[in-house]
Design a protein around this ligand. Structure first.
Ligand SMILES: [Zn+2]
Length: 79
């Protein structure tokens, strides 16, 4: 069977990093941080370094663009 998990070397300590699904906190300019669940994050268990693929960040940013549209639609309704 060929079921090796993909790894990549940690740029800090060279240990193999594994991809894990975690909550990713996106800082939002106008207030509350946004938490995106189950984002694939490369994590080094040895030194705690973590990184997110550029294409994953691009996907999140794309999602945020659409979220802005949604927020504009419903702005001013509550409070
Ligand atoms: Zn490391």
């Amino acid at each position: 069977m060929n079921e090796e998990k993909p790894t990549r070397p940690c740029p800090v300590c060279k240990a193999p990093m594994e991809e894990t699904l975690q909550d990713y906190i996106v800082p939002v300019e106008d207030g509350d941080d946004l938490i995106v669940e189950d984002v694939p994050i490369w994590l080094c268990e040895q030194c705690g370094y973590s990184e997110v693929d550029e294409e994953v960040i691009a996907t999140i940013e794309d999602m945020l663009d659409h979220m802005d549209e949604m927020l504009e639609d419903s702005s001013g309704a509550e409070e």
